[in-house]
Write a protein that binds this ligand. Structure first.
Ligand SMILES: [Zn+2]
Ligand SMILES: [Zn+2]
Length: 265
């Protein structure tokens, strides 16, 4: 299992941090976790092609987490080369369906690629599904009525992506024993943001979940990534990474590692 951070930022339009998106390679599948604005540019500049994507997972319907879904749907309808190659599953909460319907209507039916090219798979909290060899389970995240937290397991490794969320005992249970827990650390310890995590809470959640390692991401300007990692480390003894766009992590049997040159850690 290997993950690349495409976007470690938020809604803020800054050059160094694109909006939330992660490229996960697991069990022979290529999966995009969220598609915030700028995700495609990071992905394509990284040498990838859109047809490599087997699935797109949307954590919740906020624009910074799904804006780049629009160019994908448009391209799958009007780029014949991509439409001939791509077979993509779109996974999200069922509450996404009416929003996509409204967007398609607003754009005059330009965002409705054929269902065999983009297959919608809606899930409710607690539901599970298989994507090739990847087992996917969901839980309600504490952020938006249509938020889902995601657990992905393949080849004996597991990753939990909370999306935006506060912590809860249920989410600590959901993330239990994950090799990597991805937390969106949007607030500071002094100024937490409602519906989000802050550094100390990320550390406590990773500790309660007995996670193997922790990736902090979704940084606003006011959050210093290194200070956030240091604060989380007061509560969690495992490896902690502060995300930046382009960070690669391997979830190996020996633990989560960054390949040489992939990180300034
Ligand atoms: Zn959000
Ligand atoms: Zn967000």
């Amino acid at each position: 299992m290997r993950i690349t951070v495409l976007g470690s930022g938020t809604c803020e339009l800054v050059a160094e941090r694109s909006s939330p998106a992660y490229w996960l390679e697991a069990g022979g599948q290529g999966i995009l976790l969220d598609l915030g604005q700028g995700a495609w540019r990071r992905f394509l500049n990284g040498g990838h092609q859109a047809a490599e994507v087997d699935a797109v997972v949307i954590s919740h319907p906020h624009p910074d987490h799904m804006a780049d879904l629009i160019p994908l749907m448009f391209a799958l309808k009007y780029d014949p080369v991509l439409a001939a190659q791509a077979r993509i599953s779109l996974l999200g909460h069922s509450g996404l369906e009416p929003l996509l319907g409204a967007l398609n209507q607003a754009w005059g039916n330009w965002l409705n690629p054929p269902p065999e090219v983009l297959t919608r798979r809606w899930l409710e909290p607690g539901e599970a599904t298989l994507l090739g060899e990847v087992r996917i389970t969901t839980a309600a995240a504490a952020h938006h009525p249509h938020s889902l937290a995601w657990r992905l397991e393949a080849g004996g490794r597991s990753l939990v992506y909370l999306g935006d969320s506060e912590a809860s005992p249920d989410l600590a249970r959901f993330a239990q024993g994950a090799d990597l827990l991805i937390c969106h650390c949007a607030g500071t310890d002094r100024e937490p943001k409602t519906g989000h995590l802050y550094p100390a809470a990320c550390g406590r959640l990773a500790s309660e979940a007995q996670a193997g390692s922790l990736l902090l991401s979704h940084f606003y300007r006011v959050v210093d990534p290194e200070q956030a990692a240091a604060s989380a480390a007061n509560h969690f003894g495992g490896k902690i990474w502060a995300a930046f766009d382009g960070l690669h992590l391997e979830l190996a049997a020996s633990g989560t590692i960054a390949p040489p040159g992939a990180c300034n850690d």
